[in-house]
Design a protein around this ligand. Structure first.
Ligand SMILES: [Zn+2]
Length: 381
């Protein structure tokens, strides 16, 4: 499989998530980490929102990081002018493409939309800006109309297009078919990006299906933060692309955990413990049967080595633990638990775990072991 590229929109779509606000410092830190992780492009804001937003975008541009920064704009002269003030070299120009959105949002028909985007493109080209054109609500648009737009804009010099599944209308099979038919008719030098939302939990799967069908750019956010149920998560798309599709990315996956923690802290949205790839508990094992298997051979219950994402396996003790896990953890603590104490120790562990609905710390196991041993000694004396 070919390598794919990432266009991160954590600072734009991510910040559009209800109640999420990043400070200027947090934005700069997030882009710095994205750049370190090898992300190719970051969409860092909407200049038309106002002077403050433009100021932050400018400060990020001035960091001079080895990542392409771009802004999100409507296909309007005033938006392009606002973006020019920031110094960003790339503009993303968006138009609604479904009849529903064209009519409801702009009271326009298809031909008026064509005129609008061509005028905006021509205007942006006067300033030598890199341009990508976004088809909002593309998944509900009439596909021949999208094709007409691509060909027309390609003749105007545009090579980069974003196909947005704005309200999550696709599943992987339909996404793959759509991409194949679009790309089948596109000139070879067209670079297609997909932007998927997660209302049905399909954003990652849909993005991967599009990549498999030939799209080059994945529009993602760190942890999938974004409007409503969010977007495709960068870390999920990248890891699955590598491990399930055998494809490559330029990303330094070891940085995923730190990035996820930075974004979730800045967003004020704690990471769910079982969040794929970056959750605190996704490499933590309690069940006796699983731990027993993993102690023999890690491949038994792992799909990839957590070291790849800067994490490691952790064995914890709780209600479902078995003696082998307990003995393993005690040995790590420097104790040699006696086999004949296992029944009593396990009874005590299950009692505590049940009572508190919780996991037990290694120190607690040590204390229990010592108490049981001393109880036996007391009996003998
Ligand atoms: Zn979006």
């Amino acid at each position: 499989m070919k390598p794919i590229k990432f266009c991160d929109t954590t600072l734009r779509d991510g910040e559009q998530a209800a109640g999420v606000v990043f400070t200027p410092e947090e934005k700069r830190e997030i882009v710095r980490q994205l750049s370190l992780a090898g992300v190719e492009q970051a969409e860092i804001g909407i200049p038309a929102m106002g002077a403050e937003e433009r100021e932050v975008i400018r400060s990020i541009v001035e960091m001079g990081l080895p990542i392409r920064v771009s802004t999100w704009n409507r296909a309007l002269k005033e938006d392009i002018d606002a973006s020019r003030e920031t110094g960003a070299e790339w503009v993303h120009l968006t138009i609604p493409t479904s009849d529903l959105q064209m009519k409801a949002k702009l009271h326009m028909g298809r031909q008026e939309i064509v005129g609008m985007i061509r005028r905006a493109v021509a205007y942006a080209q006067r300033f030598d800006l890199g341009i990508s054109v976004g088809f909002e609500d593309a998944s509900r648009a009439y596909t021949p109309f999208l094709m007409e737009l691509v060909l027309m804009l390609h003749s105007d010099g545009i090579r980069r297009f974003r196909y947005a599944d704005t309200v999550s209308m696709l599943q992987p099979v339909t996404m793959r078919e759509r991409m194949r038919s679009l790309l089948g008719e596109c000139p070879e030098d067209v670079e297609l990006e997909v932007h998927c939302h997660n209302d049905f939990g399909m954003a990652t799967a849909n993005t991967l299906a599009a990549m498999e069908a030939g799209a080059l750019w994945a529009s993602t956010t760190v942890t999938g933060i974004g409007e409503r149920a969010g977007n495709a998560a960068m870390e999920e798309v990248a890891m699955a692309w590598h491990h399930l599709y055998g494809g490559r990315t330029a990303l330094d996956t070891i940085r995923f955990k730190e990035l996820a923690e930075t974004v979730s802290r800045a967003a004020g949205r704690p990471l769910p413990p079982a969040k794929p790839i970056v959750g605190t508990m996704v490499f933590t094992h309690e069940s006796g049967i699983h731990v027993d298997g993993m102690l023999k051979n890690r491949e038994t219950y792992q799909s990839f080595d957590p070291v790849e994402v800067g994490a490691e396996h952790r064995y914890v003790v709780g209600k479902h633990s078995g003696w082998k896990t307990v003995a393993h953890i005690l040995r790590e603590q420097g104790y040699r638990p006696e086999r004949e104490l296992s029944m009593e120790l396990m009874r005590e562990i299950r009692h505590e775990a049940d009572k508190g609905k919780r996991l037990l710390e290694p120190e607690e196991l040590v204390r229990m072991l010592i108490e049981i041993r001393s109880g036996l000694d007391g009996g003998r004396l």
